[in-house]
Design a protein around this ligand. Structure first.
Ligand code: MV4
Length: 504
């Protein structure tokens, strides 16, 4: 194996499936893993997968997974020399990346300045424009006065989109079709942005109708090499959250892929990027593409890229963070087949995807050829109300798109979950929908086509386990002598340790 000598022990500053995903690669690389957990996560599977685990605080993320000092203390106590932040939590917090460096810890992610540059959406837009990355016509910087903004909107041409400078999740976003509605829409966008981000600044962009969300995975080392690992199509979203992703996108030609890939590499180079990152584009019906934002972390949907490239992205992140050069060039990479990811959330698709956390009474994930399941909860465990309600990611690979779809239908059919509603019926709906199967869809897929009444009306398995749940809950209530669960940090203050099982 190549030399990762500067890293020996990785603190995984996350929970659930992504913490497990990272630890699995660490174990393959012969690295020691350190888990952290909040009180309700004390028996979570990511805790048991690690070589050591440390309690960091109560349920509230602000007092546990977001507590920088608690994490740095665990790093010191455990002798960790590197930190992987996963996604969410502190993964795109430049101050945390800096605090790790100050504590002599290798942050397995980009340099703080790159996180900062891309975190400020208007600064990022200016930087990207300078680097020649295509942008939707608009005001690169925030506009303050309604009159000047309305004037710019007229120059851009209606319809326009008002977006929050602090950005993200569609909050503070307003489409304006007519000039007479501009002022009111801008005031609403500003107050919404102020409430959501404490920053009411907005900018104006040409509204791209029925766009696709296509993002490029990039990988950069500390020696000036930057490559892309092709794209992921992420247009199937609900409430600005992805549910189904695939790689490659069925609409890109090899020429367009190369052109967009080059733009993504230029975007990464312009902010001094090192490690794995993602450049998001909006793509219109004519395949014009426009920079949206850059995500400076490993993404939820990274497995579809791994499936079509054969590359372990977490291993690459660790190698690059250890200072090693990339082991291959752009021309060494090619796309092998097609991969689809369905995110299985504890949510009710018939109730507008309302989260439905609770005990997971039954979890029997599909398997077999061409199927990968990354789950963060196990049967007998619980989807907690405190965190993201994702149960697992189901990924299928096939020799072509149709093959991957047929495998996904098979795998979704095989999946058994009881105790809660999930997004599985929605994913089944999509996998048989003509718009999805033909590849003719946009970010409006859910709004345009999804009719909850088209879902299978009742689910006998769910009903059976719902009945069992009622019985088991009644039983639990009648138990007066149920022993308290013990913390996995023993009272002597020493962490619980797992015997290392891997062979060096
Ligand atoms: C747009 C757009 C159309 N035109 N920008 C939504 C989240 C935010 N980060 C960017 N978003 C959009 N920006 C222009 N100029 C449409 C969206 C959009 C969207 C983008 C990606 C995925 C899903 C979406 C759902 C609705 C709107």
């Amino acid at each position: 194996m190549t030399d990762s000598s500067s890293i020996d022990t990785v603190l995984v500053a996350n929970r659930g499936e992504i913490a497990m995903r990272i630890m699995r690669t660490c174990q393959e690389l012969g690295l020691r893993t350190v888990a952290v957990y909040s009180t309700p996560d004390r028996r979570a599977p990511h805790v048991r997968l690690a070589d050591e685990a440390y309690h960091i605080g109560p349920a509230a993320a602000s007092e546990s997974y977001l507590d920088m000092q608690a994490l740095l203390d665990v790093a010191a106590r455990s002798g960790a020399d590197a930190v992987h932040p996963g996604y969410g939590f502190l993964s795109e917090n430049a101050d945390f990346a800096e605090a790790c460096a100050d504590a002599n810890l290798t942050f397995i992610g980009p340099p703080p300045d790159a996180i900062r540059a891309m975190g400020d959406k208007t600064a990022a837009r200016t930087l990207m424009k300078e680097a020649g990355v295509p942008m939707a016509p608009g005001t690169p910087n925030a506009v303050e006065h309604v009159e000047t903004a309305a004037e710019k909107a007229g120059e851009i041409g209606y319809p326009v989109l008002i977006k929050a400078a602090a950005g993200g999740g569609g909050k503070g976003m307003r489409i304006v079709h007519e000039p007479e509605n501009f002022a009111r829409a801008m005031e609403m966008a500003q107050s919404e942005a102020q409430n959501a981000f404490g920053d009411g600044r907005v900018f104006v962009e040409k509204y791209i109708d029925q766009p696709r969300h296509i993002e490029f995975q990039i990988l950069a080392d500390a020696h000036g090499n930057t490559i892309h690992l092709f794209e992921r199509e992420c247009s199937i979203q609900r409430r600005h959250q992805k549910v189904i992703e695939e790689a490659p996108s069925s609409i890109l030609t090899p020429e367009k892929r190369a052109e967009m890939g080059e733009a993504a590499v230029a975007a990464a180079q312009a902010c001094g990027y090192v490690n794995a990152g993602t450049v998001e584009f909006l793509v219109d019906a004519e395949l014009n593409f426009y920079f949206m934002e850059m995500n400076t972390r490993l993404q939820v949907e990274h497995p579809v890229t791994e499936a079509i490239t054969g590359i372990d992205l977490v291993a690459e992140q660790i190698r690059v963070a250890a200072g090693e050069p990339l082991g291959y060039a752009q021309d060494d990479l090619s796309i092998d087949g097609h991969a689809i990811e369905c995110r299985v959330y504890a949510e009710n698709p018939t109730e507008n995807f309302l989260p439905d956390p609770g005990p997971l009474l039954r979890h029997a994930a599909p398997s077999g050829v061409g199927v990968r399941v990354d789950a963060g909860v196990e049967e007998g465990g619980e989807v907690l109300i405190h965190y993201d309600p994702m149960i697992s990611k189901l990924v299928t690979w096939g020799s072509d798109r149709d093959h991957a779809i047929r495998r996904m239908r098979r795998a979704l059919h095989e999946y058994e979950i009881a105790g809660m509603h999930t997004t599985i019926p929605f994913c089944q709906f999509a996998m048989q929908h003509e718009a999805f199967c033909s590849g003719q869809f946009s970010t409006h897929f859910v709004d345009t086509y999804f009719d909850p009444k088209a879902l299978h009306p009742s689910n006998a398995t769910f009903d059976l386990y719902a009945a069992l749940a009622a019985v088991s809950e009644a039983h639990a209530r009648s138990e007066t002598d149920t022993p308290e669960l013990t913390d996995t940090t023993p009272s002597n203050g020493r962490p619980w340790r797992r015997r290392r099982r891997h062979i060096r």
